[in-house]
Write a protein of this length. Structure first.
Length: 410
């Protein structure tokens, strides 16, 4: 009788001394750093830490019952469709609902103008795939959203920072740099920017749109925070400006107004570029989750998202005010900070001689955390800057966190 086969574990298999090494990871990874925000979140996972580091929506404000009801409805009414493959462009009902919301904000939109994405982060990745060659120039605000810098690094782009001031990107600097660098793309968060919380005024938006038309570059207008306005008048989207309407891509998200765990975003783009992004998405993931899209569409049909967002705005305004009220006692004399009219962040700058990165370990030792500002810069970093998020703690917790923060500078 033949003997029975004896399984051999992989660990027991002999390895030839002449075996070639495994291939290295792609060289483009060498230009992309890990997000320091994610690393800080890991360091501050202890429940006793009051963290102003993460740009997270407040979980206690999620409409859990409404979202649960939406999932139950789609899985009851048409479960086979909700669990099946779908079209790359996205659920038609969801695109109609998004188009209606953009219409209501003064940005006329047809459902076919939209591509549903797996979070707005994917929308940015698709844009980079569709628009950028290795070595392409991308202009960014300085400081800039960290994950955007990662995306452009993966694409092999050359990131060129554009100076900013308290009102955001400086148009004269943008015009001069665009003329010199011949960029393919400008990436910008004009409303309640991450990390600074700044909002670009209408006059500067017009100047940015005209610069794009004059120099021939695309604009990626990222707008995850626009609905979180607590005070002041809304400023029209860059995508509404006639000079840039044919070259502006609007990125939107449900992460900040519904729930980030849904991973639902969208892009609104001119037809030719949108088709290129559809092809890029087919290669990336075929389509965004069918059941999550269906549930979001059902939620938008059956629930009042505007009323829910109004409640979020009220809560966030109280939290912002608590932070602004406590900062004079928390930060050293001579510090500066802004007063955002919405969004999730306050941007602060310590007096000369203070290094926010070096001081972070001391702060964590006092069970409080923030994000140093330096990693957000693609140009010369401001070592004295820091980002403080006010959304994830109630006003009394914010006050206590700021009392702990003051010990860092004692």
């Amino acid at each position: 009788m033949p003997s029975a086969a004896v399984p051999v574990s992989a660990s027991a298999a002999p390895v030839s001394a002449s075996a070639a090494p495994t291939p290295p990871v792609a060289s483009r990874l060498g230009n992309v750093a890990s997000s320091p925000v994610r690393e800080i979140l890991a360091l501050t996972a202890r429940p006793e830490v009051i963290s102003f580091a993460g740009g997270l929506p407040a979980p206690e404000l999620f409409d859990i019952e409404g979202i649960k009801a939406a999932y139950e409805a789609v899985l009851t009414d048409n479960p086979r469709a909700a669990l099946q493959y779908s079209t790359t462009e996205g659920d038609p009902a969801l695109r109609r609902a998004v188009a209606a919301r953009l219409d209501a904000r003064g940005l006329p939109t047809d459902p076919d103008d939209l591509l549903v994405t797996t979070g707005s982060q994917q929308a940015l990745t698709l844009l980079a795939t569709a628009l950028l060659e290795p070595g392409s120039v991308v202009l960014v605000e300085d400081p800039c959203y960290l994950a955007a810098l990662q995306t452009f690094g993966f694409a092999g782009a050359r990131v060129v920072p554009v100076p900013t001031d308290d009102d955001g990107i400086v148009p004269e600097a943008l015009d001069e740099i665009a003329a010199r660098e011949k960029p393919a793309l400008l990436y910008i968060i004009p409303t309640f920017q991450n990390p600074t919380g700044r909002t670009l005024p209408a006059g500067r938006r017009a100047a940015v749109a005209e610069a794009a038309a004059r120099h021939g570059f695309w604009i990626a207008e990222d707008d995850p925070y626009g609905e979180l306005r607590f005070e002041g008048e809304p400023v029209p989207n860059l995508a509404r400006h006639p000079a840039a309407a044919d070259r502006t891509v609007l990125l939107g998200s449900f992460s900040k107004v519904m729930a980030p765990g849904l991973r639902l975003g969208y892009l609104r783009a001119p037809a030719a570029l949108r088709r290129a992004c559809v092809i890029a998405k087919q290669a990336a993931d075929l389509h965004t989750s069918t059941v999550d899209q269906a549930a979001a569409a059902r939620y938008l049909r059956d629930s009042d998202l505007d009323a829910h967002v109004a409640g979020m705005r009220a809560a966030y305004r109280a939290r912002r005010d608590a932070m602004l009220g406590g900062l004079p006692a928390a930060l050293p004399e001579g510090s500066r900070w802004n007063r955002p009219e919405g969004g999730m962040f306050v941007w602060a700058t310590l007096p000369d001689g203070h290094d926010a990165t070096a001081l972070l370990a001391t702060a964590i030792g006092h069970d409080v955390a923030y994000v140093p500002g330096a990693p957000f810069f693609s140009g010369t970093p401001d070592q004295a800057s820091l980002r403080l998020s006010f959304t994830t703690h109630a006003p009394d917790e914010i006050a206590e966190g700021l009392r702990r923060l003051a010990k860092t500078f004692a």
